[in-house]
Design a binder for this molecule. Sequence first.
Ligand SMILES: C[S@@+](CC[C@H](N)C(=O)[O-])C[C@H]1O[C@@H](n2cnc3c(N)ncnc32)[C@H](O)[C@@H]1O
Length: 227
Amino acid sequence: MQEMKTRYPPDKSPLIRILRLVSMLLPGEYLKTVFYLNVIDLPRRVMRQALFSFYRYDHVYAVLKEFKNQCVGPFSVLEFGTSDGYSFVKLLYATRFLKLTDRVTVHTFDSFEGMPAAVDEKDKEWTSGDDWVPGQFKGRYEELDAYCAARYRNYRIHRGYFENSIDDAFLKTLNRSPPALIWRDCDYYSSARAIFERLIDRIPNGCVIYFDDIDNVHLHSDGSPLP
Ligand SMILES: C[S@@+](CC[C@H](N)C(=O)[O-])C[C@H]1O[C@@H](n2cnc3c(N)ncnc32)[C@H](O)[C@@H]1O
């Protein structure tokens, strides 16, 4: 009988072969693990950190450039969690820099009351217990609006809790101007859930979802990595 081919052939990468060779030369699990953690894992981590965590607005320019070239009509950028507007202003500036202010509307959503009280066990920090305090990150709506109004036209600030501010009227605007980038920076599981429960049917294939609190896991809505 013919031998069955393995479905997933062994990894033939030369690096894995070198690693196997080193493993054969090092006696005992302890030494092998010390070698792996310090010689392989640590430099890889440092490189990942340097490449992907250095400046989060890399993602904004990458996505906007991609959509600028591939998308015909208008599109939007949605930010959830504005606070004082640090990221919002960066998002707006990116649309100006890339000459997209006629095609892209940047929306930001926040209560401007700061963090609400946690409503779900999953909102809590379960490792260190260092939880957000209600009112933390309270933004200054009027100041932010005045700052943006003096410089930009292609924006909307939606004041209120996500549960109310992501309303049907807003969702309808996404038919004409679908989201290319969803920038989620609201810290709580319950807040993120409120956002995605409302948005889920309006997220087009190819839209990029950025999670501020999770490094290196920013995905197109179809699961493929960022450009
Ligand atoms: C870390 S801050 C945002 C920081 C901001 N992106 C920046 O660049 O500085 C988180 C924000 O999420 C807002 N937030 C959290 N849950 C919310 C909810 N359910 N509805 C409205 N705003 C919420 C808070 O008011 C707070 O301003």
